[in-house]
Design a protein around this ligand. Sequence first.
Ligand SMILES: CC(C)(COP(=O)(O)OP(=O)(O)OC[C@H]1O[C@@H](n2cnc3c(N)ncnc32)[C@H](O)[C@@H]1OP(=O)(O)O)[C@@H](O)C(=O)NCCC(=O)NCCS
Length: 247
Amino acid sequence: MNTIEDTLRNALPPNATIADVWRVRPAPGTATLRVRPTRPGDFAAIRELQRATYPAIAPWTEEQLAGQVAAFPEGQMVAEMDGRVIGASASLVVMWDDYAVDHTWKGITGDGTFATHDPAGRTLYGAEVVVDRHRRGNGVGRALYQARRQLCQRLNLRRIIAAGRLPGYRDVKDVMSPELYAMRVVWGDIPDPVLRFQLSQGFHYCGVIHNYLPEDAPSCGHAALIVWLNPRHAPPRPAAFAGKAAA
Ligand SMILES: CC(C)(COP(=O)(O)OP(=O)(O)OC[C@H]1O[C@@H](n2cnc3c(N)ncnc32)[C@H](O)[C@@H]1OP(=O)(O)O)[C@@H](O)C(=O)NCCC(=O)NCCS
């Protein structure tokens, strides 16, 4: 039987360098992961992912999903492998100053319809990312987050902000505050699956939002506010320079 090394050696041209490894086609029997825009035909699969992941929370309705795609098609993405939807992410653009002091998931997403999407805003807001629980730990979430960062850069937005669930908090709620829980995740003492994932994607932890999503019982309704700053964000030119050639 061929080892992985044999498969790679056979697939590479003679005298290949390490850089060529990244250009090798997937080995037979393995599938390619693709992130693409969400289509109405994906709604049932997205609802199924949510149902399996958050059994106590109602999945988005077809109307909410249609509203999201209508409001901001570029922000809605699915991860597909072998023709099957195995992950999804949903984002909208907001004027962050309107929400910065205090916000809830319901308020900032227009109750999941993205009626709050504001193309004049400078902040991409992450409303959801979910991966099939049998496919976690294989880079699907990373691919969805990478696509979200690329979108942020393509639209020249200033940052991505999200409020991440804290699903391990309920188990320790009697012995520590959500703030201490989140800090202990940041310090590396607690392996919370969501905040650890987000930190690994270059996000910074900003603090805890209380009662962000009351239905989220494992997080006791709380969430960790996180931000990723777009390093390529170019602020608009001051009006005084508009129309003048760059020196
Ligand atoms: C959070 C979630 C989207 C991550 O997706 P995933 O496909 O398992 O993540 P990946 O395999 O792409 O992992 C990406 C990185 O995060 C890290 N990571 C993922 N899960 C982790 C965990 N449980 N503990 C520590 N690190 C973790 C990986 O090490 C990886 O690091 P790398 O990029 O340096 O290799 C997935 O666990 C999920 O769907 N959770 C339930 C839904 C949910 O709560 N979503 C958040 C809404 S706010």
